[in-house]
Design a protein around this ligand. Structure first.
Ligand code: ADP
Ligand code: MG
Length: 278
């Protein structure tokens, strides 16, 4: 495994390793169409809750292997848009595709087993051990090697399965819990990951440790990522492109450099200014 990467946080805790034997690498697209077709695409999506417009004409796409961040203030529609991709939210209008399949026509159970999802606050089951939590998706798929996959995924996120597997979520630090939530999403070996504020509730040091470890990990795995965050600096650090959401509408999508160079709206300028990125 000469191709292995190893990252250590500043406190020497929990490296994240990515070896080709435990996770399928991104496949080389075999046709020109495969190169062009995005792994994730939402087109003209609308969603209302009573009189609240959560999403209006929202369109975004994520190329295979790309990381796109959805950025916006609380209530701007980030979680709603993210959850249209695993059909936990059904849009009122517009279309959503995952790996070329229309989500509206997909079996939601099957879809959720193939799309990794880390929900806001992690969503670990408190009465399940770390190993059982991490093996949830492969167990739902009735895979005989579910626990082995969970152990591999825990190692990937820098948690030794022998040390942490038998613990309860309450016996972990916030950063460790987030690692378990990420391991649970990775254990199904998805090609697509949906992450909702995965570093949201962490202290600054843990947060920056996990951010850099995560950035290296997804780069190594070649997985496609849609990442929700309210933190523009985090988005600029981790994402290839940033989509700025404001009151349910996408204000601008572009590389961090493009947003800084040429903000499309005064709202984007203001957001960049507040983050110290203008
Ligand atoms: P964000 O993730 O950016 O904080 P959300 O996507 O969670 O925002 O919410 C967008 C808007 O939709 C908010 O005004 C929120 O209150 C509303 N909303 C979200 N989910 C529901 C729901 N299930 N029922 C009613 N309103 C909702
Ligand atoms: Mg949210």
């Amino acid at each position: 495994m000469g191709d292995e990467v190893e990252i250590r946080g500043s406190r020497g805790q929990g490296e994240i390793t990515a070896g080709e034997d435990v996770f399928p690498r991104r496949r080389t697209p075999s046709s020109p169409e495969a190169v062009i077709r995005p792994a994730l695409e939402a087109r003209d999506v609308d969603k209302r809750y009573g009189s609240v417009v959560a999403l209006e004409d929202a369109s975004v796409s994520v190329a295979e292997g790309e990381c796109v961040a959805l950025v916006g203030e609380s209530g701007s529609g980030k979680t709603t848009l993210l959850r249209t991709f695993n059909r936990m939210v059904v849009p009122d209008g517009g279309t959503v595709w995952v790996e070329g399949r229309n989500v509206g026509e997909a079996d939601p159970i099957e879809l959720r087993r193939n799309v990794g999802y880390v929900q806001q606050e992690g969503g670990l089951l408190p009465h399940w051990t770390v190993l059982k939590n991490a093996s949830l998706v492969p167990r739902l798929r009735a895979l005989p090697d579910a626990e082995d996959r969970a152990r591999s995924a825990l190692s990937l996120v820098g948690l030794d399965p022998e040390t942490f597997g038998a613990r309860w979520p309450r016996e972990l630090s916030g950063g460790q819990r987030q690692r378990v939530a990420l391991a649970r999403a990775l254990a199904g070996r998805p090609r697509v990951l949906l992450l909702d504020e995965p570093f949201g509730a962490l202290d600054a040091i843990t947060r920056s440790e996990l951010q850099s470890a995560f950035g290296d990990l997804v780069g190594r795995l070649g997985v496609t990522v849609l990442l929700v965050t309210h933190d523009l600096r985090e988005a600029a650090m981790l994402a290839d492109r940033i989509a700025v959401l404001h009151t349910g509408r996408i204000e601008q999508i572009g590389t961090p450099e493009a947003l800084t160079r040429e903000p499309a709206t005064s709202y984007v300028s203001r957001l960049l200014g507040q983050a110290g990125l203008a």
